[in-house]
Design a protein around this ligand. Structure first.
Ligand code: GCU
Length: 347
């Protein structure tokens, strides 16, 4: 998908955002905006798919509050949660085309816009949590955030989304063979499809918001996600087995329309970056606690937690990573080089 936004589109975006909030969005202004002057008030709309109790939503609320404080009320973030504005792919399109200023998505649907993001969908590429964060916080993580700008989607930060594991309605996944014949919901991402297929299941892409009823109606036999999401979506009401194989670490990402970003006054960019830094630190703390609480809560609701031997899954998935080294096309070569760099990172 190419970047199609033009300066005219940005002007429209600004007008739309201003009209929606009843204020005007000022672009290119060098001085500190005056909160008492509505013509200098900026409202940034941020749509996402998560529940309001989810730690990532709470962290974005802190981002909005801090930005409001830092700018003395001159810059407001209007958060629209729960997929009210559409699926994550639709949210990305809206930001890319300028209908929405910001979104928070998983890197999985982002890989259709920024192919390099597919590395996060590769099973067991990250050895453990410290390795994962060393990559995200180092040069590779920063490069990947900036990469989105070429598609009109500037990455601002990563939020912790833990590790993803399988949960199923009827029987537990204790080894890859247990996936045989099971339909497993995946995100809108070719890498997630391939991951489930390589491990032996039948991947079925369904949007996050439609998954509860898909599980209930037995359109799929299971899905995969991190503990807070498994809990907050109440998928545990249908799926009674959660197998912590931790096959991938797919982060969440906050993005802004690139052209809008470029037109924000440097002072506003600085406030946004500062507020984000605090929100990221807050989310990392919340995440740890929420993961423990979620696992406890789902067990109380009758879910059995399983701890399968991860090496069985990693061995079965290994050819998926290997395939990039053998492929001859330019895109695969780029990903293979990125994989090699990631593997070399030490915390
Ligand atoms: C996680 C992630 C969401 C994503 C969801 C999914 O919960 O935080 O952004 O939508 O996974 O599986 O679709």
């Amino acid at each position: 998908m190419n970047r199609t936004i033009s300066f005219a589109a940005v002007a429209l975006l600004i007008a739309a955002l201003g009209a929606a909030s009843g204020t005007a969005l000022v672009v290119g202004q060098r001085n500190r905006p005056d909160p008492s002057d509505p013509a200098r008030h900026i409202t940034l709309k941020l749509g996402h798919a998560l529940d309001q109790q989810h730690p990532v939503h709470k962290a974005m609320v802190l981002f909005a509050d801090r930005l409001d404080e830092l700018s003395s009320g001159a810059v407001t973030v209007d958060i629209i949660p729960n997929g009210q504005l559409g699926s994550e792919t639709e949210l990305l399109e809206q930001v890319q085309h300028g209908a929405l200023a910001m979104t928070k998505v998983s890197t999985a649907p982002l890989e259709s816009f920024v192919p390099e993001m597919s590395v996060f969908g590769l099973p067991y590429l990250f050895r453990d949590e410290p390795h994962f964060w060393a990559v995200l916080e180092g040069p590779i993580g920063k490069e990947l955030l900036a990469k989105g700008a070429e598609s009109g989607l500037r990455g601002l930060c990563y939020y912790d989304a833990g590790a993803r594991s399988f949960y199923t309605v009827n029987r537990p996944i204790l080894k890859p063979d247990d996936l045989q014949g099971l339909k497993i919901r995946v995100q809108a991402s070719p890498t997630s499809m391939e991951m489930v297929e390589t491990l032996g299941g039948s991947p079925t892409p369904i949007s996050f918001g439609e998954l509860y009823s898909a599980l209930q109606q037995k359109m799929v036999d299971g899905a995969e996600n991190n503990p807070p999401s498994f809990h907050k979506t109440r998928h545990f009401e249908v799926c009674k087995h959660y197998s912590l194989d931790e096959h991938t670490r797919v982060p969440d990402l906050l993005l802004v329309n690139e052209e809008l970003w470029q037109q924000l006054p440097p002072q506003v960019q600085q406030w946004i970056e500062e507020a984000i830094e605090e929100s990221v630190a807050y989310e990392r703390e919340l995440w740890q606690k929420d993961t423990r609480d979620a696992l406890e809560a789902v067990q109380k609701e009758g879910v059995t937690i399983h701890y399968p031997d991860k090496t069985l899954f990693a061995d079965k998935a290994a050819p998926m990573l290997q395939a990039f080294n053998e492929a001859q096309d330019e895109a695969s070569e780029r990903i293979a080089a990125l994989i090699a760099r990631i593997q070399e990172v030490t915390p």
